[in-house]
Unconditional design. Structure first.
Length: 137
């Protein structure tokens, strides 16, 4: 009913953090503490990224052993979700050490073809069902 042209969206103005005060005077944080927290976060992110890449690599090897291609719907969905977990954990847009799907897939196929490196994988399967239906058979 003629509401007119919509007003442009206003972008929020970034807040400037206030300096803490001690006895009414400005108290300046030491830059070393900030550097240590930044390097600690990047070290933690690098460690998480390495763990996720190892999980991806083992998963690709397992899929290859089971006769599945990396382009299988379930395989690609698991790899996609691992990528999401990495992005959520990292919370930054840098893709410096990004996972190379083609490289990892080729290495997984090569290691499985040679059969030298053990997979070092185990799983526990829990079977659910009513009593007397043959779960232990």
């Amino acid at each position: 009913a003629g509401l007119g042209r919509a007003a442009p969206l206003l972008e929020p103005v970034p807040r400037v953090p206030q300096q803490p005060r001690v006895n009414g005077n400005l108290f300046h944080n030491q830059p070393q503490q900030a550097e240590e927290s930044i390097t600690g976060e990047t070290d933690e992110h690098d460690e998480t990224r390495e763990k996720l890449q190892l999980i991806r690599f083992k998963f690709l090897r397992l899929a290859h052993r089971l006769g599945q291609t990396p382009h299988n719907v379930v395989v690609s969905q698991v790899l996609y979700r691992l990528g999401l977990a990495e992005q959520l954990r990292g919370r930054n847009g840098s893709r410096v050490g990004a996972f190379s799907f083609d490289h990892a897939s080729a290495m997984a196929k090569q290691l499985e073809a040679t059969g030298q490196d053990p997979l070092d994988f185990f799983c526990t399967i829990m079977v659910l069902g009513k009593s007397g239906v043959g779960k232990s058979a």
